[in-house]
Design a protein around this ligand. Sequence first.
Ligand code: NAP
Ligand code: GLV
Length: 273
Amino acid sequence: MALVPLLSRWVGGTEFKNLPNLRIVANCAVGYNNVDVVAAEMRKVIVTNTPGVLTEATADLTWALILATARRVIEGVDLVRSGQWTGWHPEQLLGLELRGRTLGLFGAGRIGQAVGRRALPFGLRILYAARTAKPDFERETGATRVDATRLLAESDIVSLHVPSTPETKGIINGETLARMKPGAILINTSRGDLIREEALATALELGQLGAAGLDVYTDEPAIHPRLLAAPRTVLLPHIGSATEQTRRKMAAIALANVQAVLSGKPPLTPVYS
Ligand code: NAP
Ligand code: GLV
């Protein structure tokens, strides 16, 4: 028996107990924080994910958020639609010029690096924080590996690309937000629970942070009311991988994993060995 959950579906002890013939949980996402992997391993249930095929789509969407926040695109759209626009003004909706600024990648795996590569033509300096050095990425982009404290202190844009784990949950909180540059932009296309949303709302309300571009939230599909009301936010409904081609490839990998395991072969993309 196989389960192919969406990322919004928690798979844990109840499923493993009630489905004794379960052989594989083929998560239809690269993130698998919705699966109790420890419980799965104990029950000898294989867990797989969909790495790689959604990297470029998610990096593109991350850039959509970077550009939309830096250049105040949604505020501009709202102004036009409101009928209140009175014409070109030299000080209207002034944003952040990207060239010469610093992009800080918190996590530099597949998606983090793809976001970094896209920064080159925009003339951004790249910093990254990761557990292991990425020499090829450094050679290709001139990126510099730094610790999290320096990343937060020096980046004009901080973009989160670590998975949600016990170590990364809440890494962006009141204390770390206070270490960011005044007016910096925070982007999150990874998982909502990396950020303490109350603290983020406060930083935006106080103008301590310049803007936030979010695709993911702690309690999806609910969005914290203070984030909904906060200024300078671009809020998307978890559409990082949402292109037709990518979604087809994600489904194909999940299916291939199920077929392999149910026919006694090793899975293609297991999350643990
Ligand atoms: P990945 O290739 O595994 O990259 C994650 C990176 O984070 C790895 O390089 C990893 O290890 C690093 N890392 C893990 N824990 C860390 C820590 N405590 N401190 C610093 N770095 C740490 O995964 P990916 O394919 O890029 O995906 C990243 C995440 O994006 C997924 O887990 C998922 O949550 C999210 N995602 C969201 C969407 C969306 O629709 N918005 C779409 C796809 C993925 P090293 O530092 O050792 O390299
Ligand atoms: C989407 O969020 C994924 O992890 O694939």
